[in-house]
Ligand binder design. Structure first.
Ligand code: FAD
Length: 564
């Protein structure tokens, strides 16, 4: 059997290596149009920033490794330019010699990835405007930056006129992962960075109130955000630098521009082969990564997959799913019954020492698909025992099914061990866990690592209290006009308070119950929800209608960010 794999990076390379491990006899040809196979595109922003100094650190395995260790015929600078499913052949163009040859296959695996979105805006091809997709892209950016700065470093002792300015102003277009990671790295390189984003938030998969926290954080670290604005045009100015003109009429000067507007699946070959393309524009595959042609498989950024929570088709450009899908395609070709479980979109981004991570469905996704059977909680547990140095709060939003407690999604932000919590929740979610399972989950604990009640347990306990009726909750959008009872100490109110809230500190509550209405729902607030929960329990057991305002004053801060 002969298997041809198109694309030699995440999905393609993992498929090739797995297939060889499963079958010593199969003939494998892996074709990559770029100069490298199996490189770490996830590391590119950090190479631009100088964190990963050497380019060769990004090259995980070479053409030689594939040939010698895996006996795979691996060809770089070679592009598949045609497919004939009837004849089961592909046309290969060697970009070094220009030669075009035909190769026959028994099974074809497409892992061509996704292409960066590059709208036909005036000036988009001007020198100094880059995308971050490949090793040569990162090299070109570094060279562009260094061309200016190296010249200037040679000018230190020169007393004449300075004719070249350093490249210090950057505009990043797009507030997704790649845009933000590159923006952070440009800040580290001394750039004054403006990030222009057409949506009214960065990191679109996050719910807006959670994204607002990240926005405040990156702004404090030097990224100027221009939200709700799209780029209209790029111009070269009289002094040779660039200018980014936006739809709202603003002009941002720039010495370098990074376009990070997201990606779209590479479907050219699939269309050539007459394969079914799905409603989201990706190649349609089944759970075994088989396309509408049983001899052609497709994996990675190019395919549509089912969302694990909503069951809807989605496009997910992430390395983990691409690698797993490559493996599954290899398994199936080798005769094994492997299946892709769907994607949860589990993601993380590190920014200036903090992290934002999420898994599963967001509230806005559930609203979009018309799912009303869910509840959400906000909590702010410490990353580890508060008495051990270095504990940092984690802002968490956990979404679960009201009817049966099934975990549907989680988002978390913080400066310490956010990844650990979202990874645990992602695993739980894939196993179909409920919030009652989270209550009982047994996790590592010593004071420097967690708490006896880990944030994951804590999320389960709070959510379970809600579903068991021990802690009815409300949220700021619905509670704002109700009777608000603030159980914090007066000194805390001096810092910030909710207008109209009656203050009875928790310690005085039992003695002052007579001051509270019995005919109205009472929404109880404290800083983050803990004291409000105790107060709610006191009130409920004394015959009041009470609800804990989830997340307390900390989640009010989110709500306020949304209206301001
Ligand atoms: C800058 C950057 C940072 C990222 N960071 C993260 C991260 O932190 N975490 C994460 O999960 N994901 C991250 N990703 C996404 C992740 O890299 C992709 O989801 C993953 O690489 C997709 O794998 P793939 O095999 O589908 O496509 P790719 O890895 O993109 O490989 C596709 C390859 O196919 C080749 N190709 C296309 N057409 C042809 C053809 N006709 N003939 C021959 N070769 C062809 C292309 O040249 C390309 O090299 C990042 C991506 C980028 C660009």
């Amino acid at each position: 059997m002969k298997v041809i794999i198109v694309g030699g990076v995440a999905g393609g390379a993992s498929c090739a290596a797995r297939l060889r491990r499963l079958d010593e006899k199969v003939e494998i040809l892996m074709v990559e149009r770029g100069p490298y196979v199996s490189y770490a595109n996830c590391g590119l922003p950090y190479h631009i920033g100088g964190v990963i100094e050497r380019e060769r650190s990004l090259l995980v395995a070479s053409e030689k490794t594939f040939r010698e260790q895996f006996a795979i015929d691996c060809r770089t600078r070679c592009e598949v330019v045609g497919v004939s499913p009837g004849k089961k052949t592909v046309e290969l163009k060697n970009h070094v010699t220009g030669e075009v040859t035909t190769e026959r296959y028994d099974k074809l695996v497409l892992s061509p990835g996704a292409a960066s979105v590059r709208p036909p805006l005036p000036g988009i091809d001007l020198p100094g405007i880059f995308q971050v997709r490949t090793v040569p892209d990162a090299r070109a950016i570094r060279e562009w930056i260094e061309k200016g700065t190296l010249f200037l470093s040679g000018m230190n002792s020169y007393s004449g006129f300075q004719t070249v300015r350093p490249k210090t102003r950057a505009v990043v277009v797009g507030g997704g992962f790649i845009g933000l990671e590159t923006a952070e790295n440009l800040v580290h390189r001394g750039f004054d960075v403006t990030l222009v984003e057409m949506l009214d938030q960065i990191l679109a998969p996050l719910d807006q109130e959670m994204a607002r926290i990240v926005e405040g954080y990156v702004e404090r670290h030097g990224i100027r955000l221009a939200l709700n604005d799209g780029v209209a045009e790029f111009k070269k100015t009289a002094n040779g630098s660039l200018e980014v003109l936006t739809k709202s009429g603003k002009a941002y000067p720039a010495d370098i521009v990074i376009i990070a507007l997201g990606v779209r699946p590479e479907t050219l070959l699939a269309k050539m082969a007459g394969l079914e393309i799905g409603e989201r524009g990706g190649i349609r595959v089944d759970e075994q990564m088989r396309t509408s042609n049983p001899d052609i498989f497709a994996v990675g950024d190019a395919v549509e997959v089912k969302d694990f929570v909503t069951g809807q088709w989605s496009l997910i450009a992430l390395a983990g799913p691409a690698n797993r899908q490559g493996r599954i395609a290899a398994d199936v070709i080798a005769g094994r019954d492997s299946r892709f479980r769907g994607t949860q979109g589990t993601s993380i981004i590190g920014l200036f020492g903090a992290a934002a991570a999420w898994t599963g469905a967001s509230e806005k996704t559930l609203n979009r698909v018309g799912d009303k059977d869910f509840e959400k909680i906000y909590l702010y547990p410490n990353s580890h025992a508060g008495y051990y140095p270095g504990a940092r709060p984690i802002a968490m939003k956990v979404i679960f099914r009201k009817s049966d407690g099934r975990l549907l999604g989680a988002q978390a932000l913080g400066e310490d061990n956010v990844d650990k919590r979202i990874s645990a929740l992602a695993m739980a979610l894939q196993m179909g866990a409920t919030i009652y399972d989270l209550e009982e989950t047994e996790l590592c604990y010593a004071p420097q690592f967690g708490s006896a009640k880990d944030p994951v347990n804590f999320a389960g306990m709070v959510a379970a209290d809600v579903l068991r009726g021990d802690m009815p909750i409300s949220h700021w959008d619905s509670a704002g006009k109700g009777f608000l009872l603030d159980v914090r100490e007066p000194a805390e109110l001096a810092v910030e308070h909710a207008p109209g809230a009656v203050n009875i500190p928790l310690g005085q509550l039992r003695a002052r119950l007579g001051e509270l209405p019995r005919d109205r729902e009472i929404h109880v607030i404290c800083r983050s929800g803990g004291r409000a929960y105790y107060a709610t329990r006191i009130l409920l057991q004394n015959g009041f209608k009470a609800r804990t305002l989830s997340g307390g004053m900390l989640s009010r801060y989110h709500a306020l960010l949304l209206v301001n």
